[in-house]
Design a protein around this ligand. Structure first.
Ligand SMILES: Cc1cc2nc3c(=O)[nH]c(=O)nc-3n(C[C@H](O)[C@H](O)[C@H](O)COP(=O)(O)OP(=O)(O)OC[C@H]3O[C@@H](n4cnc5c(N)ncnc54)[C@H](O)[C@@H]3O)c2cc1C
Length: 542
């Protein structure tokens, strides 16, 4: 039986151009002043937050196109539209936004409301050779939504008005969802039906289903269903050559998968408009624990044992001592392993006890009283102590607080097979640590956690930060990024586990994929986008 949920209302406010999220996510002047004071106390020197420019004061290049009258209902070239669609969410982009630097904005922004308006927009771009940039929530951290440098004009296609849940099949437990829907709107539409997607990337409040599918995003499940791929039943995409639509199937061995071509295409083949996504019942059984380890290495071994026991915990994140101190308030000597189980149908006490036995067998320290089990009573799990502190830091992340204060920070994530770990970790820390010392001096920090774990290997996520002189940010960032890419790819890992390729990881991806794969991909692109207008420069050189 198919149920039609209520339509999702339009987004109430515009996106911020200098921090993650919307205007209401922007910290106040007082909050920025307080953050500056905390940093000044740490550094022992004066730190002042720079003023935020007004959109009207930002000088933009003249638009290089004229929007045809027939398209003016949903395509516009106002400064506000062009400014708020110039950048994604990477640290250097936010900094440029805060400084009012917008040298290469899109020339126009489209907000199609239906297939016909999208078809007319794409045909206009294709006819004129304008770069067409699909845009979901604009949270790309790999330079995936920027207009290409050498286009004769660029049109951003924002899917925000194609944001409905169209159909729910509660027998198969799946929903037909438009690509522009934001994470919270999707969950709100499914909640009255007792259903959920439960795909929670950290950017969940601001990112869209289309963006997740286009980038193969990683959600909160640390094991088993890690990527959005695992939830995609079928896809629908408009290419310059026409519609591409796959059949809904629970699985299929019929040759190469059409969906696998769409997943990770990053806007280079077409605009994804809809997907059928696999759903599940909302969990009521939960169990959580935080386990301390005196040794990072034995903590990682415990993670391997739990992953290989195939208990499939929803959460299995280990934080190294530096990260546990910074984001979970721990002592700096212990690593923290956060284990969490959830299920709609099956009590999880037995699973967490089995996982904890494995952790203790590797030297893990946890009191029985610190294990929280809830079988539907609504008792909060994972909210207290170090586990809760880490959760709050993760959810409450706000780049705007420290933007422009002279701190440079970023992350890089990868995955590698267990046989290469922990030598891989040592190699990455040595090479990136060296680059950090050379560029950021004594202020540099480097830490690691696992975001996802597979039976055959972890997905480590490294975070770094340090003090940088004004004007030297991009150059120093590049030195650190080059060291990180060389280290992770050189030591047998992937250039990205879930942040996508974009323009940032193009060269690193080229080093790890089969040489012939680039030709195969070019062939596929040429078949659906012969004019090369779809997001040029992303994945492959323009
Ligand atoms: C604070 C923060 C935390 C993050 N945490 C995570 C995380 O936990 N896991 C994770 O995987 N990522 C994370 N990211 C990265 C980012 O959120 C993901 O890549 C996300 O999937 C992008 O979704 P979006 O809707 O914002 O897409 P956008 O940023 O708008 O676009 C991303 C790419 O997808 C393409 N695209 C977007 N929509 C479509 C469409 N409908 N059709 C075709 N192509 C399209 C764009 O052209 C672009 O190349 C994080 C980013 C930030 C800023």
């Amino acid at each position: 039986m198919a149920i039609l949920p209520t339509p999702v209302p339009p987004r109430p406010e515009r996106r911020s151009f200098w921090t993650w999220g919307y205007v209401s996510d922007e910290p106040s002047d007082a909050e920025r002043e307080a953050a500056a004071k905390r940093l000044a106390d740490r550094l022992g020197e004066e730190v002042r937050p720079p003023p935020v420019p007004k959109i009207g004061d930002i000088a933009l290049r003249q638009a290089r196109l004229r929007v045809p009258t027939a398209l003016q209902d949903w395509v516009s070239a106002t400064d506000e539209e062009r400014v708020t669609h110039t950048y994604g969410g990477h640290a250097l982009e936010l900094l440029r936004g805060l400084r009012g630097e917008f040298p290469n904005p899109p020339d126009a922004v489209a907000h199609p409301r239906d297939d016909a308006e999208l078809e007319a927009t794409l045909a206009w771009c294709d006819r004129n050779g304008f770069a067409a940039i699909p845009y979901g929530g604009g949270t790309s951290v790999v330079w995936g939504v920027n207009p290409p440098e050498h286009a004769n004009a660029a049109v951003t296609i924002d899917l925000d008005r194609m944001n409905a849940v169209l159909e729910v099949d509660d027998v198969s437990r799946a929903a037909r969802v438009q690509a522009g829907i934001l994470g919270p709107d999707l969950e709100a539409a499914l909640r009255p039906l007792g259903l959920t997607l439960r795909h929670f990337p950290q950017s969940f409040p601001w990112s869209t289903v289309g963006g997740w599918v286009a980038t193969r995003s990683g959600g909160h499940y640390a094991t088993n269903h890690t990527h959005i791929d695992d939830f995609v039943e079928s896809t629908r995409m408009l290419t310059p050559r026409g519609w591409f639509e796959s059949r809904r199937l629970p699985g299929s061995g019929a040759g190469p998968s059409p969906d696998r071509l769409v997943l990770g295409s990053e806007g280079t083949l077409g605009v994804i408009t809809e997907c059928w996504l696999r759903l599940q019942k909302r969990p009521v059984h939960r169990a959580t624990a935080g386990v301390r380890f005196a040794s990072w290495r034995s903590g990682c071994e415990a993670v391997r044992a739990i992953a290989q026991a195939k208990l499939w915990p929803a959460n299995l994140r280990i934080l190294d001592p530096a990260e546990a101190a910074f984001s979970a308030g721990m002592d700096g000597a212990h690593a923290l392993l956060i284990i969490g189980f959830e299920s709609a149908d099956v009590p999880q006490g037995e699973n967490i006890r089995a996982a904890l036995a494995l952790a203790r067998g590797h030297g893990g320290l946890v009191e029985d009283g610190d294990v929280l089990i809830d079988d539907g009573g609504g008792a909060p799990t994972g909210r207290g102590g170090a586990v809760g502190a880490w959760r709050n830091a993760f959810i409450g992340v706000n780049a705007g607080l420290t933007a422009g204060l002279g701190l440079l920070s970023d992350t890089f994530e990868t995955a590698v097979t267990w046989d290469r770990w922990p030598e891989f970790d040592a190699e990455v820390r040595a090479r990136v640590g060296d680059a950090l010392r050379r560029t950021l001096g004594d202020s540099a920090r480097l830490s690691c956690r696992f975001t996802h774990v597979y039976p055959d290997g972890p997905a480590p996520y490294y975070s770094w930060s340090g003090v940088v002189p004004r004007g030297g940010e991009a150059e120093r960032w590049q030195v650190i990024k080059d060291a990180a890419t060389a280290a992770v790819v050189g030591a047998g890992g992937t250039v990205t586990h879930h942040h996508a390729v974009g323009r940032m990881h193009r060269d690193g991806w080229a080093k790890q994929r089969p040489a012939l794969f680039a030709d195969m991909w070019r062939g596929a692109k040429k078949a659906v986008d012969p004019g090369g207008v779809m997001n040029p420069g992303v994945l492959l050189e323009d």
